[in-house]
Design a protein around this ligand. Structure first.
Ligand SMILES: [Zn+2]
Ligand SMILES: [Zn+2]
Length: 202
């Protein structure tokens, strides 16, 4: 793992995947909140608001930074899969989405009943289970869709990480420090950003 320090606000990326160095086809956003700055903001909110006003709002925006990391199709899949919690994430998402489907289905069934569409009547003792079932099934399908990101077999050695290959270590208003799990990507990243510095992470 290598650490790359990039000066300025903009990070330029080589067009290769941050995980496996294949040609990048997509990007995933990583975000970091500056917890120290947020704590400071909470403890002295009034002072921060005053400071932010005088700085045109820029003072508050600096508390979080997001970068768009290039990935290939395969890696964006395994990173999303890892982020969503893998199989446990699917097990948690499906019942939650099914529940929201049930709520939405009840609302739609009531509206359909009230409007008398297709000869249906508003009847709370006999709700339209066809409509409700449709939305519950939709919720289940939505929950199961996380599965499309699951890796189709073990990841090869070219993958730097099964989760995020690049993370924001820290940032200030004038620089951003990126933690790269792929050392070669770190080298390319440094080349793409003149003036940036490289150090080996622990
Ligand atoms: Zn890749
Ligand atoms: Zn990968």
């Amino acid at each position: 793992m290598k650490i790359v320090r990039v000066l300025g606000q903009d990070v330029k990326y080589p067009d290769v995947c941050a995980c496996c160095l294949a040609k990048s086809t997509t990007t995933l956003e990583v975000r970091k909140e500056d917890l120290a700055a947020l704590a400071l903001a909470l403890s002295s909110a009034a002072a921060r608001v005053a400071a932010a006003r005088s700085a045109g709002g820029a003072g508050l925006l600096r508390d979080s930074r997001a970068v768009k990391v290039p990935y290939c199709e395969v890696c964006s899949g395994h990173v999303r899969w890892k982020r969503s919690g893998g199989w446990l994430g699917v097990a948690l998402h499906v019942p939650v989405d099914a529940f929201f489907g049930l709520l939405l289905g009840l609302v739609v069934a009531a509206v359909v009943g009230a409007a008398g569409i297709g000869g249906a009547e508003l009847d709370f003792d006999h709700p339209n289970w066809f409509v409700i079932g449709f939305f519950v099934a939709g919720g289940i399908v939505l929950g199961l869709m996380t599965m499309r990101w699951r890796p189709r077999g073990p990841l090869g050695r070219q993958h730097a990480s099964n989760g995020d290959a690049l993370q924001i270590a820290r940032f200030t208003g004038s620089e951003i420090v990126l933690r790269c799990h792929n050392n070669q990507f770190a080298d390319k990243l440094r080349e793409a950003n003149p003036g940036s510095a490289l150090s080996t992470g622990a």
